[in-house]
Design a protein around this ligand. Structure first.
Ligand code: KIV
Length: 275
Protein backbone atom coordinates (compact mmCIF):
# COMPACT_ATOMS: atom_id res chain seq x y z
CA UNK A 1 0.00 0.00 0.00
CA UNK A 2 1.45 3.34 -1.05
CA UNK A 3 1.66 6.40 1.20
CA UNK A 4 -1.10 8.92 0.49
CA UNK A 5 -0.57 12.50 -0.64
CA UNK A 6 -2.83 13.72 2.18
CA UNK A 7 -0.25 12.55 4.74
CA UNK A 8 2.22 15.18 3.52
CA UNK A 9 0.29 18.22 4.76
CA UNK A 10 0.03 16.69 8.22
CA UNK A 11 3.77 15.96 8.14
CA UNK A 12 4.32 19.69 7.59
CA UNK A 13 1.92 20.53 10.42
CA UNK A 14 3.76 18.13 12.76
CA UNK A 15 7.15 19.54 11.68
CA UNK A 16 8.15 16.12 10.36
CA UNK A 17 10.74 16.51 7.57
CA UNK A 18 9.91 15.00 4.18
CA UNK A 19 12.65 13.13 2.30
CA UNK A 20 12.50 12.77 -1.47
CA UNK A 21 14.99 11.20 -3.87
CA UNK A 22 15.01 10.86 -7.62
CA UNK A 23 15.16 7.45 -9.30
CA UNK A 24 15.12 6.41 -12.93
CA UNK A 25 15.32 2.61 -12.92
CA UNK A 26 13.89 -0.51 -11.27
CA UNK A 27 16.82 -1.56 -9.07
CA UNK A 28 17.58 1.85 -7.61
CA UNK A 29 13.90 2.60 -7.02
CA UNK A 30 13.51 -0.76 -5.23
CA UNK A 31 16.37 0.03 -2.83
CA UNK A 32 15.06 3.55 -2.15
CA UNK A 33 11.55 2.19 -1.56
CA UNK A 34 12.82 -0.54 0.78
CA UNK A 35 14.71 2.15 2.73
CA UNK A 36 11.34 3.78 3.44
CA UNK A 37 11.76 7.01 1.46
CA UNK A 38 8.15 8.23 1.11
CA UNK A 39 8.36 9.97 -2.27
CA UNK A 40 10.36 9.20 -5.40
CA UNK A 41 10.67 11.73 -8.19
CA UNK A 42 11.33 10.42 -11.69
CA UNK A 43 12.96 13.74 -12.52
CA UNK A 44 13.72 15.02 -15.99
CA UNK A 45 17.28 15.25 -14.59
CA UNK A 46 17.13 11.81 -16.25
CA UNK A 47 18.31 13.68 -19.34
CA UNK A 48 21.63 14.62 -17.77
CA UNK A 49 22.40 11.85 -15.30
CA UNK A 50 21.13 8.85 -17.27
CA UNK A 51 20.85 9.82 -20.94
CA UNK A 52 23.91 12.08 -21.21
CA UNK A 53 22.13 15.18 -22.56
CA UNK A 54 23.53 18.60 -21.69
CA UNK A 55 20.29 19.82 -20.12
CA UNK A 56 16.76 18.64 -19.36
CA UNK A 57 15.36 20.31 -22.49
CA UNK A 58 15.75 17.37 -24.94
CA UNK A 59 13.93 14.90 -22.63
CA UNK A 60 10.73 13.58 -24.22
CA UNK A 61 7.55 12.29 -22.63
CA UNK A 62 8.25 8.84 -24.12
CA UNK A 63 11.63 8.72 -22.33
CA UNK A 64 10.02 9.89 -19.09
CA UNK A 65 7.26 7.29 -19.31
CA UNK A 66 9.74 4.50 -20.07
CA UNK A 67 11.67 5.28 -16.86
CA UNK A 68 8.58 6.04 -14.77
CA UNK A 69 7.23 2.55 -15.53
CA UNK A 70 10.52 0.97 -14.39
CA UNK A 71 10.48 2.96 -11.12
CA UNK A 72 6.82 2.06 -10.47
CA UNK A 73 7.61 -1.65 -11.01
CA UNK A 74 10.38 -1.44 -8.40
CA UNK A 75 8.30 0.18 -5.68
CA UNK A 76 5.51 -0.73 -3.27
CA UNK A 77 5.13 2.09 -0.74
CA UNK A 78 6.51 5.34 -2.17
CA UNK A 79 4.47 7.97 -3.97
CA UNK A 80 5.91 8.22 -7.48
CA UNK A 81 6.05 11.69 -9.02
CA UNK A 82 6.48 11.88 -12.79
CA UNK A 83 8.26 15.02 -13.98
CA UNK A 84 6.48 16.57 -16.96
CA UNK A 85 9.15 17.41 -19.53
CA UNK A 86 9.72 20.64 -21.45
CA UNK A 87 6.74 21.85 -23.50
CA UNK A 88 4.38 19.04 -22.49
CA UNK A 89 2.18 21.39 -20.43
CA UNK A 90 2.56 24.78 -22.14
CA UNK A 91 0.86 24.46 -25.52
CA UNK A 92 -2.68 24.20 -24.09
CA UNK A 93 -4.51 23.01 -21.00
CA UNK A 94 -5.88 20.04 -22.92
CA UNK A 95 -2.34 18.98 -23.95
CA UNK A 96 -1.24 19.36 -20.32
CA UNK A 97 -4.18 17.22 -19.13
CA UNK A 98 -3.50 14.54 -21.75
CA UNK A 99 0.21 14.40 -20.88
CA UNK A 100 -0.37 14.43 -17.11
CA UNK A 101 -2.87 11.60 -17.58
CA UNK A 102 -0.25 9.57 -19.48
CA UNK A 103 2.01 9.62 -16.41
CA UNK A 104 -0.81 8.20 -14.30
CA UNK A 105 -2.50 5.86 -16.78
CA UNK A 106 0.49 4.53 -18.76
CA UNK A 107 3.37 5.30 -16.39
CA UNK A 108 1.63 4.17 -13.20
CA UNK A 109 2.77 7.28 -11.26
CA UNK A 110 0.59 8.73 -8.51
CA UNK A 111 1.36 12.40 -9.23
CA UNK A 112 3.14 14.78 -11.59
CA UNK A 113 5.49 17.73 -11.20
CA UNK A 114 5.73 20.77 -13.41
CA UNK A 115 7.85 23.91 -13.38
CA UNK A 116 6.54 27.46 -12.91
CA UNK A 117 4.32 29.48 -10.60
CA UNK A 118 1.72 32.10 -11.55
CA UNK A 119 2.08 31.29 -15.27
CA UNK A 120 1.15 27.61 -14.83
CA UNK A 121 -1.34 28.04 -11.95
CA UNK A 122 -4.37 27.60 -14.24
CA UNK A 123 -2.85 24.43 -15.71
CA UNK A 124 -2.12 23.09 -12.21
CA UNK A 125 -5.73 23.80 -11.18
CA UNK A 126 -7.07 21.91 -14.20
CA UNK A 127 -4.84 18.88 -13.66
CA UNK A 128 -5.72 18.77 -9.94
CA UNK A 129 -9.43 19.06 -10.80
CA UNK A 130 -9.07 15.83 -12.80
CA UNK A 131 -7.85 14.05 -9.67
CA UNK A 132 -4.13 14.13 -10.45
CA UNK A 133 -1.97 15.46 -7.58
CA UNK A 134 0.51 18.10 -8.75
CA UNK A 135 3.83 19.18 -7.26
CA UNK A 136 5.04 22.66 -8.25
CA UNK A 137 8.64 23.70 -8.87
CA UNK A 138 9.89 27.29 -8.61
CA UNK A 139 13.20 29.12 -8.14
CA UNK A 140 15.73 27.69 -10.56
CA UNK A 141 13.58 25.94 -13.14
CA UNK A 142 15.99 24.07 -15.45
CA UNK A 143 13.50 23.89 -18.34
CA UNK A 144 13.77 27.73 -18.57
CA UNK A 145 17.57 27.71 -18.49
CA UNK A 146 17.91 29.74 -21.69
CA UNK A 147 15.68 32.44 -20.24
CA UNK A 148 17.39 32.37 -16.82
CA UNK A 149 20.81 32.59 -18.45
CA UNK A 150 22.42 29.78 -16.45
CA UNK A 151 22.10 27.70 -13.29
CA UNK A 152 22.09 30.71 -10.93
CA UNK A 153 20.62 31.35 -7.49
CA UNK A 154 17.11 32.80 -7.90
CA UNK A 155 15.24 35.40 -5.81
CA UNK A 156 18.13 37.53 -4.63
CA UNK A 157 16.52 40.90 -5.46
CA UNK A 158 13.37 42.38 -3.91
CA UNK A 159 11.56 42.05 -7.24
CA UNK A 160 12.46 38.40 -7.92
CA UNK A 161 11.91 37.39 -4.28
CA UNK A 162 8.44 39.01 -4.32
CA UNK A 163 7.64 37.18 -7.55
CA UNK A 164 8.73 33.87 -6.03
CA UNK A 165 6.47 34.40 -3.02
CA UNK A 166 3.59 35.12 -5.41
CA UNK A 167 4.44 31.97 -7.38
CA UNK A 168 4.36 29.86 -4.21
CA UNK A 169 0.96 31.30 -3.21
CA UNK A 170 -0.40 30.78 -6.73
CA UNK A 171 0.59 27.10 -6.64
CA UNK A 172 -0.92 26.64 -3.18
CA UNK A 173 -4.18 28.25 -4.33
CA UNK A 174 -4.22 26.15 -7.51
CA UNK A 175 -4.21 23.01 -5.36
CA UNK A 176 -0.59 21.82 -5.66
CA UNK A 177 0.24 19.35 -2.87
CA UNK A 178 3.84 20.59 -2.46
CA UNK A 179 6.33 22.88 -4.10
CA UNK A 180 10.00 22.37 -4.91
CA UNK A 181 12.23 25.38 -4.21
CA UNK A 182 15.42 25.01 -6.23
CA UNK A 183 18.55 27.11 -5.65
CA UNK A 184 16.87 29.76 -3.54
CA UNK A 185 18.57 31.72 -0.71
CA UNK A 186 17.93 30.00 2.63
CA UNK A 187 16.14 32.99 4.28
CA UNK A 188 13.73 33.38 1.33
CA UNK A 189 12.98 29.64 1.22
CA UNK A 190 12.31 29.76 4.97
CA UNK A 191 9.95 32.72 4.54
CA UNK A 192 8.06 30.94 1.72
CA UNK A 193 7.83 27.80 3.89
CA UNK A 194 6.30 29.84 6.72
CA UNK A 195 3.83 31.61 4.42
CA UNK A 196 2.17 28.64 2.70
CA UNK A 197 0.31 25.65 4.11
CA UNK A 198 1.65 23.08 1.63
CA UNK A 199 5.10 21.52 2.14
CA UNK A 200 8.13 23.15 0.52
CA UNK A 201 10.77 20.74 -0.73
CA UNK A 202 14.21 22.28 -1.03
CA UNK A 203 17.10 21.52 -3.30
CA UNK A 204 19.77 24.12 -2.61
CA UNK A 205 17.22 26.06 -0.56
CA UNK A 206 18.50 25.43 2.96
CA UNK A 207 17.33 23.86 6.17
CA UNK A 208 14.14 25.94 6.56
CA UNK A 209 12.17 23.91 4.00
CA UNK A 210 9.68 21.21 5.03
CA UNK A 211 11.62 18.58 3.13
CA UNK A 212 14.55 17.98 0.83
CA UNK A 213 14.95 16.40 -2.59
CA UNK A 214 18.24 15.25 -4.05
CA UNK A 215 19.27 13.59 -7.28
CA UNK A 216 20.21 10.01 -6.35
CA UNK A 217 23.36 9.93 -8.51
CA UNK A 218 24.63 13.10 -6.76
CA UNK A 219 24.32 11.71 -3.23
CA UNK A 220 25.81 8.37 -4.33
CA UNK A 221 28.80 10.08 -5.94
CA UNK A 222 27.92 8.37 -9.20
CA UNK A 223 27.53 11.40 -11.47
CA UNK A 224 30.93 13.04 -11.72
CA UNK A 225 30.56 15.44 -14.69
CA UNK A 226 30.00 18.11 -12.02
CA UNK A 227 28.95 18.13 -8.36
CA UNK A 228 26.28 20.77 -7.62
CA UNK A 229 26.97 22.97 -4.58
CA UNK A 230 23.69 21.81 -2.99
CA UNK A 231 24.64 18.14 -3.14
CA UNK A 232 26.46 16.11 -0.50
CA UNK A 233 28.19 12.94 -1.64
CA UNK A 234 27.32 10.30 0.97
CA UNK A 235 29.27 7.72 -1.03
CA UNK A 236 31.75 7.64 -3.89
CA UNK A 237 30.18 4.94 -6.06
CA UNK A 238 31.93 6.09 -9.24
CA UNK A 239 35.25 5.19 -7.57
CA UNK A 240 33.83 1.87 -6.33
CA UNK A 241 32.53 0.97 -9.80
CA UNK A 242 35.83 1.97 -11.45
CA UNK A 243 37.81 -0.18 -9.00
CA UNK A 244 35.37 -3.09 -9.42
CA UNK A 245 35.44 -3.19 -13.23
CA UNK A 246 39.24 -2.81 -13.22
CA UNK A 247 39.53 -5.81 -10.85
CA UNK A 248 37.14 -7.85 -13.04
CA UNK A 249 39.13 -6.95 -16.16
CA UNK A 250 42.38 -8.00 -14.43
CA UNK A 251 40.92 -11.35 -13.32
CA UNK A 252 39.49 -12.16 -16.78
CA UNK A 253 42.85 -11.39 -18.34
CA UNK A 254 44.93 -13.35 -15.82
CA UNK A 255 42.51 -16.32 -15.78
CA UNK A 256 41.49 -16.07 -12.12
CA UNK A 257 37.83 -15.47 -13.09
CA UNK A 258 35.68 -17.51 -13.43
CA UNK A 259 36.54 -20.20 -10.88
CA UNK A 260 34.77 -23.54 -10.44
CA UNK A 261 32.38 -21.79 -8.08
CA UNK A 262 30.84 -19.77 -10.92
CA UNK A 263 30.66 -22.75 -13.33
CA UNK A 264 28.18 -25.60 -13.98
CA UNK A 265 28.97 -29.31 -14.02
CA UNK A 266 27.47 -32.10 -16.18
CA UNK A 267 27.34 -35.87 -16.25
CA UNK A 268 30.83 -37.09 -17.24
CA UNK A 269 29.37 -40.10 -19.14
CA UNK A 270 27.50 -37.80 -21.54
CA UNK A 271 30.66 -35.86 -22.12
CA UNK A 272 32.56 -39.13 -22.82
CA UNK A 273 30.01 -40.05 -25.53
CA UNK A 274 30.53 -36.71 -27.22
CA UNK A 275 34.33 -37.14 -27.40
O1 KIV B 1 14.51 16.66 -12.45
C1 KIV B 1 14.79 16.65 -11.25
O2 KIV B 1 15.51 15.79 -10.74
C2 KIV B 1 14.23 17.72 -10.44
C3 KIV B 1 14.74 17.88 -9.04
C4 KIV B 1 16.08 18.45 -9.09
C5 KIV B 1 13.82 18.64 -8.19
O3 KIV B 1 13.40 18.45 -10.89
Amino acid sequence: MRISISQLKSMKQRGEKITILTAYDYITAKIIDEAGIPLILVGDSLGMVVLGYESTIPVTIEEMLHHTKAVVRGTKQAIIIGDMPFMTYHTSISDALRNAARFIQEGGAQSVKLEGGVTVAETVRSIVSCGIPVMGHIGLTPQSIHQLGGYKVQGKTEETATRMLEDAHALEQAGAFAVVLETVPTPLATLITQSISIPTIGIGAGIGCDGQVQVISDILGLFTDFVPKHAKQYAKLADTIRATVTEYDKEVKNGSFPTEEQGFSMDESILDKLK
